[in-house]
Ligand binder design. Sequence first.
Ligand SMILES: *Cc1c(COP(=O)(O)O)cnc(C)c1O
Length: 381
Amino acid sequence: MTDTDRLLDPATRLARALGAHDAASHGVVPGIHPATTFLRGGDLTYPAGYSYARPFNPTFDPAERLLADLEGAAEALLFASGMTAATTLFQTLSPGDHVVAPKVMYWGLRHWLRAHAAQWGWSVDFVDMTDTGATAAAIRPGKTRIVWAETPANPTWDVTDLAATARLAREAGALFAVDNTVPTPLLTRPIDFGADVVMHSATKYLNGHSDVLMGVLAVRDTALPAWERVRAIRAAQGGMPGPFEAWLLLRGMRTLAVRLERGCANAMAIARHFAADPRVTVLYPGLPGHPGHGIAARQMTGGFGAMLSLRINAGAQAAIDTAARLKVWTRATSIGGVESLVEHRASVEGPDSPCPPDMLRLSCGIEAADDLIDDLDRALP
Ligand SMILES: *Cc1c(COP(=O)(O)O)cnc(C)c1O
């Protein structure tokens, strides 16, 4: 980071990519480095610090620096996917260790935790993390090694009090890790509230164009013992993106501030429009009636996110029929792209899903709000 960037708003730091450029050509866009191996000096050193592309690739550097800067982290690492990032952190656990995770969280990770915890000899308790007392009761001091949170949590947008949960984790000697995919560091910086590790699916808002699969871990302090293991696991297992994808991520992030601002405004406009509509129940932490609104207002700045869900009061089949009638909204999984997506989550997540069968998840893109609202208005029963 240049001294100039230190004083600038995150939106400016993003647009500038912290001043990253191509040192060899002085191009204003940093280069892509496809090399898998790097010249070694006659004295057996590596003059630029790179030896082989599995541990490190120079194309990652500007994206990792920008992510660490935005999160207020000491260091950030790119991974091949959000799931690779998250599971790498859990791979630092040993048999006998205990994890506390939320009941409402990204379903793919919940499934993975369920499947692998027993196989690898550690245990997981899933709790209602909107209730700090429930989290406190689940933590086993000396045995709980990771407390995992996600807020607002996909797909019902439950809100967790990060500062209170961080205190509980610290008192018990556990690492506090937060999936920050939905708010992005522009709306919430979990490290400011006491988190040790921040995880992202960069597939979503950070890249923002539904065309790159990637993940991120960022750490408060590189001296944390788990971080040494995280770095070693990535280097040894090779769960990182290719240089072309890493380059695309940096390009995508440069527009994050404007994309997210528009997405948040669209979500708020939709939430307000349908708040009093008897056909639906709106789940959005930006509405004062949402049970997590007060905490969200404290720990989110600049918006309540671009995600919301609608429960269709006529029931599950009416929800499926509503999605089928939409023309502007695209029926697809995933979130965080420039195009608005709608999904009936319960049919994807299966029988152990905490999401109600009458619920549609909406990922607001950057289209005009009126087009999105009119499409929903026409499609609802
Ligand atoms: C998509 C997603 C993930 C998983 O990330 P991938 O990049 O798909 O592996 C994790 N958490 C949240 C909140 C997500 O939306």
